[in-house]
Design a protein around this ligand. Structure first.
Ligand code: ZN
Length: 142
């Protein structure tokens, strides 16, 4: 039985699916200081009664700054304290970049065991297979 709730702020959308003892948080839009604090409070409220896993899907996050990082680290600490596993699911390019630059990629566990690694075209930022030599979107030679 999956139960779903959604919250929307301008530019940011937040969906929670509760499935038994686990929850999946899907974030989309701009995760910045305007929404991160409220998202942190809400995410903690959602953890009540959870003893399975928390999965955070960041595949639709178009922008994230340090307040978004703080939200993730906060969640990590809270779930650790509660003995719950926290997994990151999909990472959008901005999220992947920020985690890499901050050196925090290895702080998290990922669905499937390894950080999702994508290659992106340096010209158009299209998502690429690792083995291509020409971008299928803009035609750039890589
Ligand atoms: Zn391209």
């Amino acid at each position: 039985m999956t139960e779903s709730t959604a919250h929307t702020s301008p530019g940011f959308h937040w969906n929670v699916e509760r499935d038994g003892s686990s929850i999946r948080l899907s974030l989309s839009g701009e995760l910045d200081v305007a929404v991160a604090d409220r998202a942190a409070v809400r995410s903690k409220q959602q953890l009540a009664g959870i003893d399975g896993a928390v999965v955070v899907d960041l595949g639709q996050v178009t922008f994230m700054d340090s307040s978004g990082l703080r939200l993730l680290l906060d969640l990590r600490q809270t779930t650790f304290g509660l003995g719950i596993r926290l997994y990151l699911s999909r990472l959008s390019l901005p999220v992947q970049r920020l985690l890499d630059v901050a050196g925090l990629s290895h702080w998290f566990e990922y669905v499937g065991g390894v950080a999702p690694k994508f290659a992106y075209c340096p010209i158009c930022e299209g998502e690429l297979r690792i083995d291509v030599t020409r971008c299928p979107y803009c035609g750039s030679v890589l």
